[in-house]
Design a protein around this ligand. Structure first.
Ligand code: SF4
Length: 221
């Protein structure tokens, strides 16, 4: 099967910039909603054939302090059309709360928006198509202070680095952006290795400190 390019896909990518944060909130919201509609009906790669629902992302659109980016939707996410709603999502919620990070103030999405069959890793061409069409534009619109990559696939996509052990918890330079990247483990990996839970928790606390979210939460009480 040949996958058709959409008009959106043909638009040149302008790179994501953290500098201009003056875009009116309504325009940001409209842009994200437009992108979401495109994602939901997207047939640009073979993952459209096996998905139940595409999963664009969810969270704060107006002014997210952090955009969290995982690898791709799992079974529960595919069924519900929402990111991080399965056991990994519940664990992420718990660890965000422990760190004093408010999920309502961050945005959560994935490298690919459709579930790869049997949760296999997304293929390079799927990553290239989906990120150049959607993720890059999401970040360009959302303009977060920080990107948090969850897991090895997102780490490699944003920074080119492959080793999580020596890179997690550090501020890394992104390949295509001025927005810093903090890499940490994917919540699902904690179910395979419980010792990663403390590392993930401490990385989320670093994110809280870097983005000043705890202070913001306290001052809003
Ligand atoms: S993974 Fe991305 S590019 Fe592929 S069909 Fe889904 S939304 Fe489109």
């Amino acid at each position: 099967m040949r996958y058709k390019k959409s008009p959106l896909h043909e638009q040149p990518f302008r790179g994501f910039s953290p500098l201009n944060n003056s875009e009116p909130e309504k325009k940001k919201s409209r842009s994200i909603k437009y992108l979401n509609r495109r994602i939901i009906s997207c047939k640009l790669c073979q993952l459209c054939e096996t998905r139940t629902n595409a999963v664009p992302g969810s969270g704060n659109i107006e002014d997210p302090s952090v955009v969290f980016v995982g690898e791709g939707p799992g079974r529960n996410e595919d069924l519900k059309g929402e990111p991080f709603v399965g056991s990994g999502g519940k664990l992420l919620d718990e660890l965000l709360k422990n760190a004093g990070l408010d999920r309502k103030r961050v945005y959560i999405t994935n490298i690919v928006k459709c579930r790869p069959p049997k949760n296999r890793k997304p293929k390079p061409d799927e990553i290239q198509t989906c990120t150049s069409t959607y993720l890059e534009k999401q970040i360009e619109i959302l303009k977060p202070k920080l990107i948090c990559s969850l897991g090895a696939t997102a780490l490699q996509y944003f920074t080119g680095e492959k080793k999580m052990g020596s890179n997690h918890g550090k501020l890394l330079k992104a390949l295509k952006s001025d927005i810093p990247v903090l890499a940490t483990y994917h919540p699902a990996s904690v179910f395979r290795n419980r010792s990663l839970k403390n590392l993930l928790q401490s990385d989320l606390i670093k994110i809280r400190d870097l983005t000043g979210q705890k202070e913001a939460l306290h001052s809003s009480k």
